[in-house]
Design a protein around this ligand. Structure first.
Ligand code: SF4
Length: 418
């Protein structure tokens, strides 16, 4: 069987796409199977999944088309109506090989309980420079705008020994940088018998030779003094934190169900930036949440202006069916939300330039991601995008570069030969 895995959405989905690709290798049969790993974070994501189902059915009329993942849980009927032969939610995604094999033999899928994460492991290599390692799934925070926690099931963490073995396999397969991810990494370990913390996990992983580790996204609750201490003394942890803020206004944070205040966010971000050498910060900000007036938007600009993140992912509030936030009154007009997003984006560009300028003339270590003729690009340990002229070293390797010039959104570097 020829198998194609298409993926939409976040990095957790990208990890799971790799898992599905490995799990469906050598699937017996002669036909063609397309698996779409769907996302339901916004209405647009749901629409994209349905469009992809329709397109694949049209362009490959003989092929099987199956939709799996968050969108399959969030809007299964829409995917079936679009033409998917089978829709499999997150609970059963890791058993897809078994389910697909049964389906081809005319059996109806038998749905199981949520599996623990021990069986969900990848070997790599990933088709990209960095490997991904999912160590956690599920979330019990219950943010009022979010659908992820509704479709991702109960809290599940990967035991330390399993995560370590998986990271070793990825390093053996040539990856020099591994991104640690989960739906809510701050809750890592809470469901395991001895409740290991994320810090304990990282302390184990950094013992592996020849690879550095990056955290994908970590909510402020997870940025503890112990985590900051480990980052401050351990060069194998990339000194960049993507810590979602969403809003700098306490009333809005409360209405969002976010479990921290703006001041708590400020203190944790400042502690990380102050104590970790070469540290930079990335964040998410949601504009136009119901009830966000001008007075509630300004604190977001003020707080981020103090912290100067390297990058800001800006989202406009999108009411998701079934969420509490979708039922809130006091909606912000979409033109106004767009205007706020633009104001924030323009400031974010300035902050990013200011942060990058601090590293002019410094030597950092970039992972080689994309090679173009006579130029290659990648990101440094603190996530500055870099462009280097010349022939590219092998993709995925880490090379020392001196940052010599500012670009619009990146920096120019030259390789340092020691
Ligand atoms: S922390 Fe909030 S936004 Fe993140 S997955 Fe949990 S509920 Fe969703």
């Amino acid at each position: 069987m020829r198998v194609f895995v298409h993926t939409l959405g976040c990095r957790v989905n990208q990890y799971e796409a790799q898992f599905l690709t490995e799990a469906l290798t050598d699937l017996p049969g002669n036909g063609e199977l397309h698996v779409i790993n769907t996302c339901t974070v916004t209405g647009l994501a749901d629409r994209k999944a349905r469009q992809l189902v329709r397109r694949l059915r049209r362009e490959h009329p003989q092929a099987w088309v199956m939709a799996v993942g968050c969108g399959a849980d969030g809007s299964p009927q829409g995917l079936l109506r679009a033409g998917a032969h089978l829709v499999v939610g997150n609970r059963d995604k890791a058993r897809l090989r078994e389910i697909v094999t049964g389906y081809f033999h005319g059996e109806s899928p038998q749905f199981a309980d949520w599996p623990d994460l021990s069986g969900e492991q990848v070997r790599g290599p990933f088709p990209r420079a960095r490997a991904l390692l999912k160590v956690q799934d599920g979330c019990t925070v219950g943010c009022t705008f979010c659908r992820a926690w509704r479709v991702r099931g109960p809290l599940r963490s990967k035991p330390l020994a399993v995560a370590r073995a998986e990271a070793r396999a990825l390093a053996r397969n040539g990856h020099q940088e591994i991104v640690i991810l989960g739906i809510n990494l701050a809750q890592y370990g809470q469901d395991l018998p001895d409740r290991p913390s994320l810090v304990a996990l990282l302390a184990e992983l950094i013992k592996i030779e020849g690879v550095r580790f990056r955290l994908s996204s970590l909510n402020p609750e997870g940025v503890t003094p112990e985590l900051i201490e480990l980052f401050s003394k351990e060069g194998k942890l990339c000194p960049y934190l993507h810590m979602p803020l969403q809003s700098g206004d306490d009333q809005v944070l409360k209405a969002m169900g976010r479990p921290y205040t703006a001041q708590e966010y400020r203190e944790r971000a400042q502690a990380f930036l102050k104590n970790v050498p070469r540290a930079t910060l990335g964040t998410d900000a949601m504009v136009g949440f119901p009830g966000e007036d001008e007075g509630a938007f300004q604190p977001t600009l003020d707080l981020l202006g103090e912290l100067k993140p390297l990058n800001v992912h800006i989202f406009r509030f999108s009411p998701r069916p079934g969420t509490l936030a979708a039922r809130l009154g006091n909606r912000v007009e979409s033109a106004l939300a767009a205007q706020r997003a633009q104001r924030l984006a323009s400031l974010a560009r300035t902050w990013s330039s200011e942060v990058r300028a601090q590293f002019l003339g410094k030597v950092l270590h970039m992972v080689v991601e994309e090679a173009k003729p006579q130029e290659f690009t990648g990101h440094t340990e603190n996530y500055i995008p870099v462009r280097v002229e010349g022939a590219a070293p092998p993709r995925g390797t880490i090379v020392p570069v001196r940052l010599v010039q500012m670009g619009e959104e990146d920096m120019k570097g030259v390789i340092v030969h020691r």
